[in-house]
Design a protein around this ligand. Structure first.
Ligand code: FPP
Length: 603
């Protein structure tokens, strides 16, 4: 994460925090070393990035110490990556060593390093799963070698990988405190743009420091639009081309951080933090614009008056908003000695293997080039299964949940990469309210306490949040964040999903991108469409399997299934188990797929 504004090196010499003023004490009991650790984190945050420090001060007092700990950790890593007194390999090794030490400290539940001590305590107390920070820490290490981005898409991927995991931790903190920073799902795009805008603002602010180190964290696509600008920048020369480039980039960043709809429906305290962040970034961008040629020599800062105009009313608003919200403060927790990956001490995230099949059945051996990458299932027949047994229909859905677990176990055992399940369609709202409630409740309960939680499964959701219970949406967003770095199986559960709805929304997203000038409408191709789908990384479906003796695709994944092999079986969904999945995959492995080509005839 690029946050280098001031080095953390001289912090021990810095004056104690806010001398003479009342200082909020972190809830660390009587442990003086922990109190000192949090104090240091606070100081690092304030010196390293005063803007972030001011934003944290707008949060409820109980959330400030964990935020200082997180921010200080990111800053320390950033500094380790930037220390110019060391060679590149040495700096990489330092970042790596710090990251590994954190892993050990999390397992031990304490640390001799003050910043890690505070971070470990934060993770334990607030039950944060820090393993999702691993990717961001690796990215910081890789920044040491410099970065090159061909286009904005590559730049965004880097930006998302560096910043989003840290912001996710803050979101988790708000949720644990009982004030979820509810980001409505339809605003996720806005949120991503906001993060891009924050990163671009940071890069423009730190241009002089980065250039002095030979770094330029801008995409080639943007630089090439202003011929000569890159050379001029690298030579420290302020030319008409560099001035035009910077003007263009500040305008872009301003547009990205200005997302008024993003905070719609959010808690007013959380909304104040985000809206103030946007105002501070715009003030920062004004300072970049005003700096002119000085931008290549020093770091521009908005004036104290400009900052005060933004922060003074925000302080009043946030204080009022938080005073009306009762928050939960977790008590101290003993360390959980479980580690797999860097730092899941808080939430026990030791990944378990799937439980064996009760009959000891094992998956068949399928040649790698015959294995489907993506199996999608229409889980049909729950209602008829229940009726056949004289049970109410909701019982069928409960039994169907057990079959879902079986499929996940079977997918992990056979080594499937992607499994997508059709759990609730946009058409299913036509059903009886009790039945709808049972299905959605079964899914939510499964997310909260089901047996898939500790398997090597990255869980995510596909569909639209409209009409869905907020607790279900929140549970999915939480599980997506918690499991985002798992690599075994990607399980996508489609809820309130409709294929035509997905295509319509994707077309709308493309139209917006064209309107914003991000894409030329005359050049839109299939790849562009695919990139605007809700999960652009979801591969085409190789095998579409439907149970329940029906032979239709029912508005399920129309974009992804155009060349899928279809497989229909008569059994009702609650009657299947992992052996049926293996049977479906075996059948698939025997099929000849041509994708419109002429079949090859063996000699
Ligand atoms: C179709 O059968 C099935 C559904 C509409 C619901 C499927 C949902 C589950 C199995 C729960 C999923 C749980 C998790 C954890 C993802 P139907 O009711 O249309 O059956 P019928 O055709 O016999 O009436």
């Amino acid at each position: 994460m690029r946050t280098t504004t001031h080095s953390t090196k001289d912090l021990d010499a810095a004056p104690p925090a806010q001398r003479g003023r009342p200082v909020h004490r972190p809830p660390t009991g009587e442990d003086p070393s922990l109190r000192a650790a949090y104090r240091l984190c606070r100081r690092i945050t304030r010196v390293h990035d005063p803007g972030i420090y001011a934003l944290i001060q707008l949060m409820p007092t109980v959330l400030r110490p964990p935020c200082w700990a997180l921010w200080a950790a990111a800053s320390v890593l950033d500094d380790l990556a930037d220390q110019r007194d060391a060679q590149q390999a040495e700096r990489e090794a330092r970042v790596q060593a710090w990251t590994q030490a954190l892993q050990c400290d999390l397992a031990a539940g304490t640390s001799t390093d003050p910043v890690r001590h505070a971070l470990v305590n934060t993770a334990l107390r607030w039950r944060l799963d820090l393993s999702s920070l691993q990717g961001a820490m690796t990215s910081t290490r890789d920044d040491v070698r410099g970065q090159h981005f061909a286009d904005w898409a590559a730049w965004r991927a880097w930006c998302n990988g560096e910043i989003a995991p840290w912001v996710d931790q803050v979101q988790d903190l708000f949720e644990r405190a009982g004030a979820p920073m509810t980001l409505r799902l339809e605003r996720q795009q806005d949120y991503k743009r906001f993060i891009d805008g924050a990163q671009l603002t940071d890069i423009l602010t730190d241009l002089s420091t980065d250039l002095a180190q030979g770094d330029l964290f801008l995409p080639q696509e943007a630089l090439d639009a202003f011929p000569g600008a890159e050379d001029d920048l690298r030579q420290g020369s302020w030319s008409p081309a560099t001035a035009a480039l910077i003007r263009e980039l500040t305008a872009l960043a301003r547009q990205w951080v200005t997302r008024p709809a993003m905070t719609t429906g959010m808690h007013p305290g959380a909304a104040t933090v985000l809206n103030t962040a946007a105002c501070l970034m715009r003030a920062q961008l004004d300072a970049v614009d005003a700096a002119g040629h000085a931008l290549l020599k020093r770091t521009p800062r908005p004036s104290l008056a400009a900052r005060t105009r933004i922060l003074a009313p925000a302080r009043i608003r946030s204080k009022l908003a938080w005073s009306l919200t009762p928050l939960t403060v977790p008590g101290p927790r003993p360390p959980t000695v479980t580690v797999s990956g860097p730092g899941p001490a808080a939430e026990s995230t030791t990944l378990r293997p799937p439980p064996p099949h009760p009959d000891g059945a094992r998956p068949p051996q399928i040649a790698a080039d015959r294995m489907p990458a993506h199996v999608a299932i229409i889980m049909d027949g729950n209602g008829r299964w229940a009726e056949q047994r004289g049970l109410p229909r909701p019982e069928g859905h409960r039994a169907g949940t057990a079959a879902v677990h079986e499929m996940v176990y079977g997918a992990l055992e056979i080594g499937l990469r992607h499994l997508t399940l059709y759990a609730f369609s946009t058409e299913n709202w036509k059903r009886d309210t009790e039945e709808i409630t049972t299905i959605l409740e079964a899914i939510r309960r499964d997310l909260d306490e089901g047996p898939i939680r500790d398997l090597d499964v990255r869980q995510r959701w596909l569909g639209h949040p409209d009409k869905l219970p907020q607790e279900l949406v929140q549970a999915f967003l939480r599980e997506e964040r918690r499991t985002r770095n798992r690599t075994g199986l990607t399980l996508t559960v489609c809820i309130n999903y409709g294929g035509r709805d997905e295509i319509t929304r994707t077309a709308a997203a493309l139209a917006q991108a064209a309107q914003a000038g991000d894409i030329d409408p005359h050049l839109i191709g299939e790849d562009d469409f695919a990139r605007h789908l809700p999960h652009p990384d979801m591969p085409d479906v190789d095998l579409l399997w439907r149970t329940g003796n029906e032979q239709r695709t029912s508005n399920f994944l129309p974009w992804h299934t155009t060349y899928a092999e279809l497989y229909f079986v008569p059994h009702y969904w609650p009657d299947v188990d992992r052996r049926d999945l293996w049977q479906a995959i075996t059948e698939y492995s025997r099929r000849q797929r041509r994708h419109g080509a002429v079949p090859r005839i063996s000699p």
